[in-house]
Write a protein that binds this ligand. Structure first.
Ligand SMILES: [Zn+2]
Length: 375
């Protein structure tokens, strides 16, 4: 088995701003941890230096008028009717080089896609991707360019059948919307319910339209959902659908904001639960294009994606973090000493009620989505 890790230090020329929760430095720390564990020196691993995407790549999904607005904003100044495109102070700030940053993160996703589609390898990981909220003509939820959609479109163009699995705490709304009316792409998103979290969508009754009916799948989870209930719901829904759909490639968005310690969200996964989800995905995916995603505790992101990359390469990591990484982490005031930390289960106050609600949703999906996909 061969794997590709797409990366460049050029990401660190960009910054959403000091008050913004999305810290690009988390990618650097992830890279440092993966490198410190020796996970880029494995014979099966190819490290691929990121190339920027072309404007025409972005235009496979985004409107030219929106791309022109992003290019205008690339100098860091608010211009024209930027607000109409979701740009401005707040979630989607106009920072210097925001268009260039988007070219890098999308370029890496396309390299991951090509690596897998060309048969160069079985799994590729772009930790800078997974910006799943961007819409055709609007920035949303820290996302300017929707690299998962652009990557999936490239896979479709190359004749591949694609399933998309999104485990970010936020609903993968931009990706769902792009493929809502087609049965060519199966999208599955597990996330905190839209009743309590941005973007306020992804309810179980959103199942696709027309030919796409049954091919958009949502598992909205109540706040405080823990590993046990999460994994139960995952097992009930995801493997049967993926097996029935028979994708050539599974594209995943691996957001790390589902953790109990994430500052922006309310799900209660632990790093142990996250690792189990990744093992399940590895078993299900014939080929795997893995993208990053959210994650607002920088230490969680580095440790979770190091584990993800180890799972992709069939390696079991020791819990002791490498010394060279600890020094780099300390500079960011991160002092955790172990790879896996925290409680083995972050069980919640109202776990019985949560379980009942999740069972209700799972049963609903079995009645509505399963008959369409498992036919
Ligand atoms: Zn998120």
């Amino acid at each position: 088995m061969k794997t590709g890790f797409i990366y460049t230090d050029a990401y660190f020329d960009y910054d959403y701003g000091p008050a913004h929760p999305l810290k690009i430095v988390r990618l650097k720390l992830t890279f440092e941890l993966i490198k410190a564990y020796g996970l880029l020196d494995l014979p099966s691993v190819q490290t691929i230096i990121t190339n920027r995407a072309e404007e025409d790549d972005l235009a496979t999904f985004h409107s030219r008028e929106y791309l022109n607005m992003l290019k205008q904003a690339n100098d860091g100044h608010l211009g024209g009717d930027a607000y109409a495109y979701g740009l401005g102070p707040g979630d989607n700030p106009i920072f210097p080089g925001l268009y260039d940053w988007s070219l890098w993160s999308t370029g890496a996703t396309l390299q991951a896609v090509d690596f897998v589609a060309n048969g160069e390898g079985d799994i590729a990981f772009n930790i800078a991707g997974g910006l799943h909220h961007a819409m055709r003509s609007r920035a949303s939820g820290f996302c300017y360019i929707n690299d998962p959609v652009i990557g999936i479109l490239r896979l479709l163009e190359r004749g591949k059948r694609v399933a998309y699995v999104d485990i970010d705490a936020h609903h993968g709304d931009g990706v769902q919307k792009a493929f809502y009316q087609t049965n060519k792409v199966l999208t599955i998103s597990l996330h905190e319910t839209g009743y309590s979290l941005f973007p306020g969508s992804g309810f179980e009754y959103e199942i696709g339209e027309g030919e796409g009916e049954g091919y958009a799948v949502n598992l909205p989870l109540p706040p405080y959902t823990d590993d046990e209930t999460y994994l139960w719901a995952f097992d009930e829904i995801v493997p049967p659908l993926i097996r029935a759909f028979k994708p050539d490639v599974v594209v995943t968005q691996l957001g790390v904001d589902s953790f109990y310690s994430d500052p922006l969200t309310n799900l209660h996964l632990t790093i142990y639960g996250y690792e189990k989800v990744l093992r399940r995905i590895k078993d299900l995916a014939p080929k795997w294009v893995a993208l990053g995603g959210g994650g607002y505790d920088v230490s969680n992101v580095a440790r979770a994606w190091a584990i993800a990359w180890a799972v992709m390469n069939g390696i079991e990591l020791s819990d002791e973090l490498p010394e060279s990484y600890l020094k780099k982490a300390a500079k960011l005031e991160i002092y955790e000493k172990t790879l896996r930390s925290g409680p083995k289960s972050a069980s919640s106050r109202e776990s019985k009620d949560i379980r009942m609600e999740v069972e209700r949703i799972v049963n609903y999906l079995k009645k509505t989505v399963f008959p369409k996909v498992l036919k």
